[in-house]
Design a binder for this molecule. Structure first.
Ligand SMILES: Cc1cc2nc3c(=O)[nH]c(=O)nc-3n(C[C@H](O)[C@H](O)[C@H](O)COP(=O)(O)O)c2cc1C
Length: 257
């Protein structure tokens, strides 16, 4: 029978043993009933994935997995957090969700900085133009972009996307080019996966992109080829979450024939 999605699992430490996002077929494969201790997962990349991908995706919903859109309907940005720390197993899931993300040419041009030290979180909140609400969160994940060097075709993607500006892109000074073209949309994909993985465990989150990028890079002592592109703030929500209004599909979808 299909598990009914219960929104009460969406917030606060997980009350249910079995998440609706775990298939009954996978129960018992690990301590959480999920993939964590499944010896076939993560698959060795040199080997063939043990499941036929077509069958796998068809079975996902049929096997009782909750719909991802149902989970998404429970999400809104969280800015008030309980002090409870995020369990290591949940953090592992969050980071794994990021690791599995797609990226252009599978370059995986990212590093994920895990920050749990309260004094460091407070210092980062300060660099985020005094968004002091961040300081009460138990976990930040700083999504960092690693640049593809000019010599290795680092500008090619922008030249391919904006061929009319090839001359301007080629002549742009390297430091400025790096700062303005972080390919940061790539870390947004990893971050989106992380937010979903967290939500499945009842952990709320908020994206933060309003911060002093170079100051944070210095604080975290990042290497010269790496800049922070986004901060994800995670924690169990404190109090009722309000859903944020969204535009209707009719307002945002266009059909062209
Ligand atoms: C890329 C990005 C950057 C954001 N930066 C900030 C930020 O610096 N501070 C903040 O309080 N919220 C930030 N937000 C959260 C947005 O304000 C929030 O997503 C938006 O109001 C929609 O609300 P919802 O997340 O509840 O749907 C950011 C969101 C995104 C996606």
């Amino acid at each position: 029978m299909r598990a009914k999605f219960d929104v009460s699992v969406g917030y606060g430490p997980r009350k249910h043993q079995i998440s609706p996002f775990f298939s009954p077929a996978l129960e018992g494969r690990g301590p959480g009933g999920g993939w964590a201790s499944d010896p076939t997962y993560p698959p060795d990349q040199s080997e063939t994935w043990p499941y036929d991908r077509g069958t796998w995706s068809k079975c996902w919903y049929d096997q009782g997995m909750g719909k991802i859109t149902d989970l998404l309907r429970t999400r809104s940005s969280t800015r008030k957090f309980q002090p409870a720390p995020i369990p290591q197993s949940v953090l592992d899931d969050i980071l794994e969700a990021g690791r599995l993300s797609p990226s252009g040419g599978n370059q995986q041009p990212w590093r994920f900085g895990v920050i749990t030290e309260p004094a460091l979180i407070a210092a980062i909140a300060h660099l985020a133009h005094h968004q002091e609400w961040m300081a009460c969160a138990p976990l930040l994940v700083v999504l960092c972009t690693v640049f593809v060097d000019d010599a290795e075709g680092g500008r090619d993607i922008q030249i391919h996307r904006f061929p009319r500006y090839t001359a301007e892109i080629v002549s742009m000074q390297p430091d400025l080019y790096r700062a303005l073209n972080q390919e940061e949309h790539q870390t947004k994909i990893a971050g989106t996966h992380m937010v979903l993985a967290a939500l499945e465990h009842g952990v709320g989150s908020c994206w933060v992109s309003r911060f002093d990028v170079l100051a944070l890079a210095e604080l975290l002592e990042l290497p010269p080829d790496t800049l922070p592109s986004e901060i994800l703030v995670f924690g169990y929500p404190n109090g009722q979450q309000k859903l944020t209004p969204k535009k209707a599909q009719a307002e945002i979808v266009f059909l062209k024939s």
